[in-house]
Write a protein that binds this ligand. Sequence first.
Ligand code: SAH
Length: 226
Amino acid sequence: MLKFTESHIQGIGMTSQRTRDRLVQRLRDKGIENEQVLEVMRSMPRHLFVDEALAQRAYEDDALPIGHGQTISQPFIVARMTEILLSRGIPDKVLEVGTGSGFQAAVLSRVVPQVYSVERIVALQIQARELFHKLNFNNITLKHTDGSWGWPQNGPYPAIIVTAAPEQVPEALLEQLAVGGIMIIPVGGQAGGQTLLQITRQADGYVEEKLDGVYFVPLLKGAVRQ
Ligand code: SAH
């Protein structure tokens, strides 16, 4: 499998650096302050994480379809969740539930030494794996599984990020969060609205803080081969 050339990664026209710089300015205007996160958002070729037909729109601040009824998250949400996840310092590893296009995992991989990411739709997982290989992102480990169960073998995790919304925080993820660790997770149904939660684990229990109102695809049960 061939690696991407610089010109693939740099992009042209609507995928060029100028277009990306405009997106980063938007993220600043919306309140993202972490310079490391902004720099990663500036350099990450989001156009390679979406279908070629949508590449022109890759640097707009919108979620986009990635097939299988799923979406690549809006850049602002990716930046915001990453910024919060790093707010207590850089964790040595992070667990992501919901690999999808791989964009959030790719962003994390430029800041955190080791990223573990799980996805229930095997086709998306395979596509993300190929993309990481072509981009030479070697510190992301993927697994095809129902992420409600987490990935206990590599835990406990100082940081967990969930990019699909369950009705309630899965017990297994709470268990796999290290003491002193932080989890960012959207919770709630599809109709009633969802809330982004920040959960920190302390020696004597969990502290939950409500952040923004958000809209994510649902966290579904079971791993599927489609
Ligand atoms: N982080 C992704 C967002 C993709 S949308 C990105 O940057 O593109 C959320 C993803 O979560 C979808 O791909 C969906 O298939 C996946 N998902 C939903 N329920 C899941 C579950 N129980 N376990 C693992 N992945 C799940």
